[in-house]
Write a protein that binds this ligand. Structure first.
Ligand code: CUA
Length: 338
């Protein structure tokens, strides 16, 4: 598992070599110019040293050619850094559509994770090799940061909002997970491991750890027990609130005339602060659920509302993806395990 340069951590995701290549390019350019400038400096100091006490240097009038050259060359080099950096950045922070979703809640000082198939883990995440994994993350208290050096990716985990990150592991093994944002006394102990398994092994692990229902089904129970259904009926019964079937991922019209897309943040806001963005045609009658639902429960409600949109809690891998054989239909994966 040791990487080829001992200074660099293990490299185990589809992104890690891209980040490394960029990093080595930046280091290489920096090293090249540092050496060049040092060498030229030393050469000039010796070559043009004052040889007699009364020597007067020849004045330099300047050269447009030279100035243009040393403006354009650094500009071109800086633009390659910018272009390459932006390309890697967008790949890293734009999760692919067909990823397996895992919910993550950070708290002082542990990581709580739940798979879309229901399994819960603490400070550990089991994933299959060769599949895209998307984490939907939030925090119960302060800012944390989910950092997996071997995958060359990290993302802040922030209270009050959802952040996402994704990766696709390329090599089975166990990798470090760190909290990379100082979060209090035991920050340094807020570590864990990512366990990358062969797909078959992972399936065995999943079946050996069947949870108490998927996040979506737990969200559905909450939806009933909190009384959401009496206003947000499946087929619009009640009529006091908009029906939620099929709404996730769509645009919806607000009272203000604006339209918003119904995404993770909007669903979250609408549960905790219902009056912030009222849907056109409905009154400001929904009470806030701030303080009544935990971060885990919010994620379950979110998973349920997503599942109403047609199985998006866990987007099935499309035919043609290499690991499609490992795909499971959304929402049903553990049912055959009971
Ligand atoms: Cu959590 Cu540092």
């Amino acid at each position: 598992m040791q990487s080829w340069i001992p200074l660099v951590p293990d490299s185990a995701s589809t992104l890690s070599w891209k980040v490394d290549a960029l990093y080595f390019y930046l280091s290489g350019v920096t090293l090249f110019f540092s050496l060049l400038i040092s060498a030229v400096l030393i050469f000039f100091v010796i070559r043009y040293r004052r040889r007699t006490p009364y020597e007067i240097p020849r004045p330099i009038a300047g050269s447009h050619k030279l100035e243009t050259l040393w403006t354009i060359i650094p500009f071109v080099i800086a633009m390659t850094m910018f272009g390459w950096g932006a390309q890697v950045y967008f790949q890293q922070y734009k999760p692919p559509a067909n990823a397996i979703e895992v919910y993550v809640v950070g708290k002082q000082w542990m990581w709580k994770l739940q798979h879309a198939t229901g399994q819960r883990e603490i400070n550990q995440l089991h994933i299959p090799v060769g599949r895209k994994i998307k984490l939907i993350m939030t925090s119960e208290d302060v800012i944390h940061d989910f950092f997996v050096p071997a995958f060359r990716t990290k993302m802040d985990v922030v209270p009050g909002k959802y952040t996402t990150m994704w990766f696709e592991a390329t090599t089975p093994g166990t990798y470090h997970l760190f909290c990379a944002e100082y979060c209090g006394m035991n920050h340094s102990g807020m570590t864990g491991s990512i366990i990358v398994m062969e797909p078959r092994e992972f399936d065995n692990w999943l079946s050996g750890n069947a949870g108490s229902g998927t996040p979506a089904s737990q969200g559905q129970q909450l939806f009933q027990s909190l009384g959401c259904a009496s206003c947000h009926g499946q087929n619009g019964e009640g009529g006091r609130g908009p029906t939620l079937a099929g709404i996730y991922g769509q645009k919806t019209q607000l009272q203000t005339g604006e339209s918003v897309s119904v995404d993770d943040s909007y669903v979250r806001e609408s549960i905790l602060n219902p009056q912030a963005k009222l849907v056109a045609g409905f009154g400001a009658i929904m009470p806030t659920f701030q303080g009544q639902v935990s971060e885990d429960q919010l994620l379950q409600l979110l998973a349920y509302i997503k599942s109403l949109a047609g199985g998006q809690t866990q987007a099935p891998a499309t035919a043609g993806t290499p690991a499609a054989t490992n795909a499971r239909p959304a929402g049903s994966p553990t049912q055959n395990l009971k």
